[in-house]
Design a protein around this ligand. Structure first.
Ligand code: FMN
Length: 224
């Protein structure tokens, strides 16, 4: 798969086949993704790769906390979207599209809660990668490096027929991850990536997310 095809094909996968992903495949993905750039080649990323009973324990505990109303306490900066902004509007549009595909009426609180749980269950992916950084680094400094390596993981995964979903939700209860995945207190848990073989019949996977035209995003100078 060439780069352009991979960039176009990558999309967030929110429904997976139960088939496990071989450790060797996940290792190869990380071996490739480590070639992502980082500021001054600092390579601040650390990966905790989860599957099997460890991931099951984490899924179960996340859901227990969510259902008992325990507020998520992520360790990374969660972006806030001002209510009247275009960013909030795009977020609402995404939610509307997903709810439509998943047949979740706006007023159906039970179905909405069930859908939210899916994110905390890594969308039932058979594996997940937790990305963390050492706390000696600033909270925001390594985030560009982390973004680069995460996108590289998601693109590389396509080569192996795998789908991914980068997800805040999977890192919202860091204490659960610390308990079952033994992530040290000295590490800041930044993000989760669900990974597995896509279930293409799963309705949410049919989502074609939108992008603004580049003419509205880019300023061009010195070309004429
Ligand atoms: C930093 C970050 C956090 C995200 N967190 C979630 C999440 O918690 N749950 C989810 O379903 N998708 C999550 N996503 C996926 C985005 O919703 C998705 O990338 C966006 O809607 C564009 O769709 P696409 O990935 O299919 O192109 C996240 C993506 C990023 C980059």
């Amino acid at each position: 798969m060439d780069v352009i095809e991979a960039v176009k094909k990558r999309k967030s996968i929110r429904g997976y086949k139960p088939d496990p992903v071989a450790k060797e495949v996940l290792e190869e993905i990380l071996e490739l993704a480590k070639w992502a750039p980082s500021a001054m080649n600092t390579q601040p990323w650390e990966f905790t790769v989860l599957a099997g009973y460890v991931l099951e324990n984490i899924k179960r505990s996340n859901i227990e906390l969510l259902k008992s109303g325990v507020s998520p306490n992520p360790e990374h900066m969660v972006v806030g979207w001002p209510m009247e902004s275009i960013y909030r509007q795009r977020q609402v549009n995404l939610a509307k599209q997903l709810f439509q595909l998943m047949d979740i009426p706006r007023e159906d609180k039970e179905k909405r809660a069930k859908w939210q749980e899916q994110g905390f269950r890594y969308f039932d992916a058979p594996a997940a990668i937790i990305v963390s950084v050492d706390r000696c680094l600033s909270e925001t400094g390594p985030l560009i490096d982390i973004g680069a390596v995460i996108q590289t993981i998601c693109l590389t995964a396509l080569h192996f027929g795998l789908g991914t979903c980068i997800e805040d939700q999977g890192a919202m209860y860091p204490d659960v991850l610390r308990k079952y995945a033994h992530i040290a207190e000295s590490k800041r848990i930044v993000m989760a990536i669900a990974i597995g073989y896509p279930d293409w019949d799963f309705p949410a996977n049919k989502l074609e997310s939108e992008r603004e035209p580049i003419k509205d995003m880019a300023t061009w100078l010195g070309f004429d």
